[in-house]
Design a binder for this molecule. Structure first.
Ligand code: NAP
Length: 283
């Protein structure tokens, strides 16, 4: 389907993006670039001056609004805050029938449904740079035609996930290019580890092609730049860092991918516990 017919499908619908950080802005920019009228885009953030200035600089000042207003009016709500901030969102003001798409890594659908009213979906996508360059990829769970349309309007390629753990495995997969660009690794070890993931998670069939596309050998950095760059692209305590620690200690790429999955689960468990504690406190 081309972008014009996607826009027709969206006729009258308003898309709201909560969170205008690294990911949120990279989702808003292509929507407008691909023709979504600004009057049909709402954006909210927590209130940082720098974020507001960023929106102004991108010509999106008129889209800024308060989070409760966005949540009660938008037909499609994209949640691009950090998982730790999810309980600060008034999930019960979502209007009936609205679609809520969570981009938050690690928050499972059963938990999201206890927080947000509406039709809740998860999506996971590659990083902001790839999206802004038009090379972004995404997956969603459960499958949903409206989520599919929104992602296509953002210019993303969509790879299917048929079970939730497959979406979580995708979160590990999108960390792979940063590692390959910054570490010299045994090619056969990398290939066989990715094929191993593909046997368990079919989404890696498509993801493998994307990884090769965004990490051509000539893009790899000079050795001197590698270690510093790896620190830049790895969030402290995040999945990429957990994977690189295994590799730096001499572990195989397969062991690094397994550690990435494990780290994802640890993050999920910690957030779930934190959310449970906070919701008990709020009652
Ligand atoms: N970055 C990536 O490569 C990537 C890729 C895929 C998925 N994700 C997911 O995307 C989410 C955001 O990541 P990020 O890197 O974009 O984080 P980020 O740069 O820290 O941005 C978070 C944004 O959330 C806003 N926010 C926090 N509490 C809010 C509230 N109550 N109401 C409205 N906005 C609120 C913040 O507002 P202020 O700016 O005003 O503080 C900020 O704009 C995470 O859940 C992550 O798992 C990220």
């Amino acid at each position: 389907m081309n972008k014009n017919s996607l826009l027709e499908d969206f006729y009258g619908a308003t898309i709201g993006i909560i969170g205008f950080g690294h990911l949120g802005h990279s989702l808003a920019v292509p929507l407008v670039r691909n023709g979504l009228p600004k009057e049909r885009l709402m954006i909210s953030h927590r209130g940082s001056e720098a974020t507001r200035n960023h929106a102004v600089k991108l010509g999106l000042e008129s889209c800024l609004t308060d989070t409760p207003v966005l949540m009660s009016r938008a037909d499609i709500i994209i949640v691009a805050t950090r998982p730790q901030d999810v309980l600060s969102l008034p999930g019960d003001v979502v209007k009936p029938g609205s679609l809520v798409i969570s981009c938050m890594a690690g928050l499972p659908i059963d938990l999201l449904k206890t927080i947000f009213r509406g039709d809740v979906r998860r999506m996971m996508c590659s990083g902001p740079d790839t999206i802004l360059e038009g090379r972004g990829v995404a997956t969603m769970y459960p499958a949903d035609p409206r989520t599919d349309d929104v992602l296509r309007l953002m210019g993303m390629r969509i790879f299917g996930s048929s079970f939730e753990e497959e979406l979580d495995s995708f979160t590990v997969g999108i960390c792979i290019p940063a590692i390959l660009l910054n570490m010299r690794l045994d090619e056969d070890d990398v290939k066989s580890a990715i094929l191993g993931m593909e046997r368990r998670y079919p989404v890696y069939g498509a993801l493998r092609g994307w990884i090769e596309e965004v990490t051509p050998p000539d893009l790899a950095l000079d050795t001197d730049d590698r270690r510093a760059n790896l620190e830049n692209v790895s969030t402290k305590g995040g999945i990429t860092q957990a994977m690189t620690s295994v590799l730096l200690e001499g572990g195989s790429f397969g062991a690094a991918l397994r550690r990435g999955m494990e780290r994802g689960q640890e993050i999920t468990d910690a957030i779930r516990a934190e959310i449970m504690t906070s919701s008990k406190r709020a009652v």
